[in-house]
Design a protein around this ligand. Structure first.
Ligand SMILES: Cc1cc2nc3c(=O)[nH]c(=O)nc-3n(C[C@H](O)[C@H](O)[C@H](O)COP(=O)(O)OP(=O)(O)OC[C@H]3O[C@@H](n4cnc5c(N)ncnc54)[C@H](O)[C@@H]3O)c2cc1C
Length: 488
């Protein structure tokens, strides 16, 4: 359904290599690709729809960050994978830039494209089939993790690793990594994919896996959309617990908190380990809460407090333990999200800082950021600090410090979107924190708002850079995919 009422829509935009996109005619389904030559080129016949109305373009010039705004000239809502093939080929032929958009929860324009085409993946949301003995499930890239786990839980099965927020698309998190409290046991979400179905930048539909087109598979997982659009993914499944016991353990010493977390993940005592930094009575970020979750039957024994908490050094008072249905645990932040939405704060700006720190200097690096952080500069956000086990992470493009137990350190700031001076200051602070982390061997987890040059990206990918750039040349030879990352 084309929603623009006028006979001829003239939009300003830029193509990948010189050609200017000046218009899209919704009635003839045609694009004007140069300003001087008004000839229109018919777009392919589609099962889905292309939209050029102001609401669609404005919506896709936004993301969860509300910091960067790049306006596309058109939005594809695909009715099929065929549509993605057809439109990527069309854009490839005319050198128009393209970005897939999952749930738009990037924070720094990563899924935006000035003057190009956005492919909204939400219509590609198929799930299954899945049966009681399935070890995998194939889903559309636009499926949200909440829908995936709801479908598999009906059969007692679950993907092994989840992000804290379930309303992200499968394609969106597989493009970055997908880290959660279960990652110390199972690796990241990208480590739990057995096959991808993708459309390359050249417009070819390809199935890839560790044994079939492996170069493409490993260039797409955590590949920030640079080589192909994920249209489907086959995800590993494991038996799900029915209930879990969740502990919140208070600490007042950063190093003790980190040491206990490290011991827990090294022993694999819990199914899930995360942690948060909170303020003390004076507003200083000097309180820590270790969050540890044990899975109950049928995947684990009935949780026993004295066994699970033995030898830990948390403060004796203030320990919380609760038993939750497994899905309620996975979906635990939903009430907070609803409250933020109700207060209008979900649509605030999110200049997020997301780093992976080597364990040997996690306390000093996190501590130096926390020492100067004020509650006002965090806003109604949270600070995450928890360890991963590097031996469990096998995704080459997910860059982690050379350290057996890197720590995720995420300062998830929320601030007023119109206060540009504060936004600029926080983004500058993000860059400084990144520079300090980088100098100590840390990396960024690329979902936040850290200004990055092409040289920074080359440094970020390090030894994986030659393979990524070769894959880019091979699979997206005209360089049309996902310019918002600023990598090529
Ligand atoms: C509230 C919240 C909580 C979060 N919690 C976690 C967490 O616990 N762990 C974690 O690891 N991350 C977390 N994230 C970060 C999140 O995983 C990433 O930002 C993710 O990319 C967002 O998914 P999306 O569907 O919104 O993707 P989008 O923002 O739409 O896209 C992100 C990037 O991926 C590309 N992309 C999207 N879909 C595809 C596709 N099908 N094929 C190829 N490229 C694609 C886009 O072009 C863009 O570059 C969180 C984010 C938010 C907002």
């Amino acid at each position: 359904m084309f929603q623009t009422p006028s006979r001829r829509t003239v939009l300003r935009g830029t193509a990948a290599a010189g050609a200017a996109v000046t218009g899209f005619d919704p009635f003839t389904r045609s694009w004007a690709v140069t300003a001087s030559d008004r000839s229109l080129i018919a777009i392919p016949r589609l099962d889905g729809t292309v939209h050029t109305d102001d609401a669609s373009l404005t919506a896709d010039a936004e993301d969860f960050g509300h910091i960067i705004h790049r306006r596309p000239v058109a939005v594809l809502r695909p009715g099929s994978v065929r549509d993605v093939v057809a439109m990527v080929r069309f854009c490839n032929a005319h050198r128009l830039q393209v970005a897939p958009r999952g749930q738009g929860h990037a924070t720094f324009g990563q899924a935006q494209v000035q003057g190009g085409l956005i492919i909204e993946t939400w219509p590609l949301a198929s799930i299954g089939p899945v049966g009681p003995h399935s070890t995998t499930v194939t889903v559309g890239a636009g499926a949200r993790w909440s829908s995936v786990v709801e479908a598999t839980l009906a059969l007692g099965l679950t993907p092994p690793v989840f992000t804290d927020y379930l309303e992200l698309s499968v394609g969106g998190t597989l493009s970055v990594g997908g880290i959660g409290g279960q990652a110390h046991r199972h690796g990241t979400q990208t480590d739990n994919v057995t096959e991808l179905q993708v459309v390359t930048g050249a417009g070819e539909f390809v199935r890839c896996s560790p044994v079939r087109n492996a170069d493409l598979f490993f260039a797409v997982l955590a590949g920030l959309g640079q080589c192909a659009v994920i249209v489907g993914a086959t995800l590993r499944l494991v038996p799900a617990p029915e209930t879990v016991r969740r502990y919140l353990l208070p600490y007042d010493n950063l190093q003790t908190f980190l040491d206990d977390q490290r011991a827990l993940v090294s022993e694999r005592r819990f199914a899930y380990v995360e942690g948060q930094v909170t303020t003390d009575a004076g507003g200083a970020f000097r309180r820590y809460v270790l969050e540890a979750v044990a899975y109950g039957p049928p995947v684990g024994p009935v949780p026993d407090d004295s066994t699970l908490l033995a030898g830990l050094h948390h403060a004796p008072s203030g320990v919380q333990a609760s038993d939750l249905a497994y899905y309620d645990f996975l979906n635990r932040i939903a009430p907070d999200v609803a409250a933020l939405k109700a207060a209008g704060l979900w649509s605030y700006a999110h200049p997020w800082l997301n780093l992976l720190l080597p364990s040997r200097c996690a306390a000093s690096l996190a501590g130096s950021t926390l020492d100067v952080l004020t509650p006002a500069d965090l806003g109604p956000g949270v600070i995450l600090l928890y360890p991963l086990l590097r031996e469990r992470i096998h995704t080459p493009l997910l860059r982690t410090p050379e350290d057996p137990v890197p720590y995720l350190f995420a300062v998830l700031r929320t601030t007023a979107p119109d206060d540009t001076a504060t936004l600029d200051r926080l983004i500058t602070a993000n860059r400084s924190a990144y520079d300090a982390a980088r100098a100590a061997g840390g990396t960024q987890y690329p979902v936040g708002a850290i200004p990055f040059t092409r040289a920074d990206w080359r440094d970020h990918f390090g030894s994986a850079w030659p393979r990524l750039s070769t894959a880019r040349r091979t699979y997206d030879p005209r360089g049309i995919l996902v310019p918002g990352q600023g990598i090529f």
